[in-house]
Design a protein around this ligand. Structure first.
Ligand code: CO8
Length: 263
């Protein structure tokens, strides 16, 4: 598929997906969602990258939401299908077996905040702004925002954010646990790539297991979550990379992980 609204490249095993509609602050229309899905599917099926970074083109926005110009064309059924389409793709991102970092360079509003929340963690520029402003359009978040935000920042704060349409600064989002780290705008992409490249050299079976167990564990009780952890621990323990990790430590050298997702 030739992409019109996104850019995708792989550098040092790190995939960089850039939403590229800067004139409309990278708003997500159906075609952009299709293109994002195509990249995610290719990464899953063809092992194109060991880590994925998602960012927005230009210096103003990560993604300013779903494309509002599409709304007048939609009836209720089409709106439901559009919401479902976004949700399904964001689940694919959440379930991708490699780490995904949202590199939030500006506005992450509505569908943009929802896209960022489907990633494993968020690095943000000091200029980034987060929010679910759908209430100001007379609608509610539709790409998973009510659900993921409440799980990430708690019930009261999620309700305040969705009910008022307020925007959060990067630092406020960090205080709430929505953002993992905040960087100066000019340093954001380099710092993100540094971390992404470092993770791309780690043990992939273990990274996949951490992602799966934390994601699933948050949905279930502690005892069942710990049972899942023990299973996943056993899987990582028997991987080739685990043998290399222990051997390298005992031989006092740096491990060279193969980075295979298969044991
Ligand atoms: N959709 C379409 N176009 C947009 C969007 C958007 N979400 N955001 C900005 N644009 C366009 C503007 O219309 C403008 O275009 P033009 O130059 O042709 O006038 C251009 O981008 C630049 O924007 P502004 O001039 O408004 O820039 P400002 O710096 O003045 O303001 C803001 C920046 C605050 C980000 C402002 O643009 C804004 O409020 N944008 C809308 C934010 C928003 O409400 N997002 C939520 C959208 S709804 C959503 O995401 C729901 C997800 C689930 C959908 C389910 C489907 C039914």
């Amino acid at each position: 598929m030739a992409y019109e609204n996104i850019l995708f490249e792989v550098k040092d095993n790190v995939g960089i997906l850039t939403i590229n509609r800067p004139k409309v602050l990278n708003a997500l229309n159906p075609k952009t969602l299709d293109e994002i899905e195509d990249v995610i599917d290719r990464i899953s099926e063809e092992n194109l990258a060991r880590v994925l970074v998602i960012t927005g083109a230009g210096d103003k926005a990560f993604v300013a939401g779903a494309d509002i110009s599409e709304f007048p064309k939609m009836n209720s059924l089409q709106a439901r299908l559009f919401a479902k389409k976004g949700q399904d793709i964001f689940f694919k991102i959440e379930e991708l077996p490699i780490p995904v970092i949202a590199c939030v360079n500006g506005y992450a509003l509505g569908g943009g905040c929802e896209l960022a929340m489907s990633c494993d963690f968020i690095y943000a520029s000091e200029k980034a702004r987060f929010g679910q402003p759908e209430i100001n359009l007379g609608i509610i978040p539709g790409f998973g925002g009510t659900q993921r935000l409440a799980r990430l920042v708690g019930r009261a704060k999620a309700k305040e954010i969705c009910m008022t349409g307020m925007q959060l600064s990067a630092l406020e989002a960090k205080e709430l646990g929505l953002v993992a780290q905040v960087f100066k705008p000019e340093e954001l992409i380099d710092k993100t790539m540094e971390v992404a490249k470092s993770m791309a050299n780690k043990a992939m079976v273990a990274l996949r297991a951490i992602k799966e167990v934390i994601n699933k564990g948050l949905e279930i009780d502690l005892r069942t979550g710990c049972a899942l952890e023990a299973e996943a621990f056993a899987t990582s323990f028997s991987s080739e990379d685990a043998k290399e990790g222990a051997t390298a430590f005992l031989e006092k050298r740096k491990p060279v992980f193969k980075g295979s997702l298969i044991n």
